[in-house]
Design a protein around this ligand. Structure first.
Ligand code: SF4
Length: 455
């Protein structure tokens, strides 16, 4: 199953693709369903029930507000940041209805829908309080949603679009590349340009890079505290100021590069935590890893690469997209399903493989880099304190980015041969995730969320 570049990298507002972007899309999809059914003009009230991880961490993740945005028909890609939600909203941008993000969005803590830990039920009511329509959705990671009871082709997602090269394992991917004499990035490019024109793909890559870079630049300058009960001060501007000062004083430190990577990852992760505009890579909670590694390539890595900065950037992103597709096909990118392995772990794997490719690595070295990166994220739990995408998430982005650079360097020092295949590490990650106690899968009931601070 092939997941396309445009789906892997989507633009939206933080702090969480599964808890913000997914519910927002589900709400918009439900409004569309009401129009399709013809019941839209009769709707006087909406009720939304959240289950599982969405109920337990929805408040910290800003889920009720995201649902309101979706009901209003707002587009996550063009929104700049959070908006005030009043006592009414314009359903589908047309019809004024009363809406309370606290009363009309009900959090069923301790209850789960059988099919997925991120479940939602939308109900439209008429003027007498009678049900006009109801539908269940699941937010399955990276902003992707599935409607319960709908066949795959009725879902919004373009599942496995018609492309020349389908692959469902890394082994198949590498064999296809060998047969066609292509790199992984070239193969993804051929797939993508079968769906749209080359200029359209180039424009999208440019947009993705600019949103990532804007998030780094905004986050490096922004001051103050992050939203939520932790009142966490933003740390990126402090790291930035210290780096600038050291540069001004001409101080040298062999590990300065690590400080820079930390800064870029912090800047994006803090922007995400503040509800800013970021790119899912593969999720919003892990949105800082890939931009930090891209900036590393732009500043430092390209000097040892045969690629120009712009070509290397494209190669990095196209390769990372193929790696993400493998995780989506064979495991999960949802913290609620497999813990943080599926978010920071996958981001680290995508960034490591992408960087190895941008540095001129062979397909085998790319696989090796992606595998190393995931191998050392196995077992990573998801336990956000107070349900906020802040602790441990922000630091975890920085650690993930540095680890990705290290994994790429390790792979590039070898000849591509390795004992553990990417396919086997993906299978291990999925099995480990499913075996994690549910409390360690984005519920804030265990781990740091239990021991470090109670909210
Ligand atoms: S701990 Fe990891 S998976 Fe969980 S919310 Fe934070 S970044 Fe996402």
């Amino acid at each position: 199953m092939y997941t396309g570049f445009f789906e892997v990298f989507s633009i939206g507002i933080g702090p969480s693709s599964s808890h913000t972007m997914g519910p927002m899309r589900a709400a918009a999809r439900f409004v569309r369903l009401l129009r399709e059914e013809g019941s839209f003009p009769s709707v006087r009230r909406m009720r939304v029930d959240l289950y599982g991880s969405l109920a337990l961490t929805g408040d910290g993740h800003g889920t009720p507000a995201a649902i309101a945005y979706g009901l209003m028909g707002l587009d996550a890609e063009t929104m700049d940041g959070p908006r005030e939600i009043g006592e009414t909203l314009l359903l589908g941008g047309e019809q004024q209805i009363p809406f309370s993000a606290t009363d009309d969005v009900r959090l069923h803590k301790g209850e789960s829908l059988a099919e997925h830990p991120n479940g939602m039920r939308f109900t439209a009511l008429d003027g007498r309080g009678e049900t006009l329509s109801t539908a269940e959705f699941f937010s399955v990671g990276g902003g992707e949603i599935r409607m319960n009871g709908k066949s795959p082709e009725k879902q919004d997602r373009v599942s496995s679009p018609e492309v020349p090269f389908h692959f469902s394992s890394c082994r198949e991917l590498i064999e296809l590349c060998e047969k066609e004499h292509l790199t992984i990035a070239q193969l993804v490019r051929r797939n993508e340009t079968s769906l749209r024109s080359a200029p359209e793909l180039a424009a999208r890559i440019k947009l993705i890079v600019s949103v990532m870079n804007d998030a780094i630049d905004r986050g490096s300058r922004a001051r103050g505290t992050l939203p939520g009960v932790l009142h966490m001060p933003r740390r990126a501007p402090q790291i930035d100021a210290r780096l600038v000062e050291r540069f001004r004083r001409n101080e040298t430190d062999a590990l300065t590069i690590i400080d820079w990577i930390n800064l870029w990852a912090f800047a994006v992760a803090e922007e995400n935590a503040a509800g800013g505009r970021v790119v899912t890579a593969p999720t919003m909670g892990s949105a800082g890893v890939l931009p930090a590694v891209l900036r590393y390539f732009e500043r430092y890595g390209h000097k040892d690469s045969a690629f120009s900065i712009s070509m290397g950037t494209e190669v990095l992103l196209l390769t990372a997209s193929a790696i993400c597709s493998l995780y989506r096909a064979n495991a999960s990118i949802s913290g609620a399903e497999v813990g943080c392995q599926g978010e920071i772990g996958v981001a680290c794997s995508m960034a490591a493989g992408g960087l190895a490719a941008a540095m001129g690595g062979s397909n085998a070295q790319v696989e090796n880099a992606a595998e190393i990166a995931m191998e050392h994220n196995l077992g990573l739990t998801c336990d956000p304190i107070c349900g906020l995408v802040q602790v441990p998430c922000i630091e975890r982005n920085a650690i993930g980015a540095v680890k990705a650079v290290n994994a790429a360097r390790l792979a590039l020092r070898g000849n591509g041969s390795h004992y553990v295949s990417l396919d086997s590490v993906i299978a291990t990650m999925y099995e480990t995730g499913r075996n994690l106690h549910p409390n360690y899968r984005e519920t804030s009931l265990a781990g740091l969320a239990k021991h470090a601070l109670t909210c």
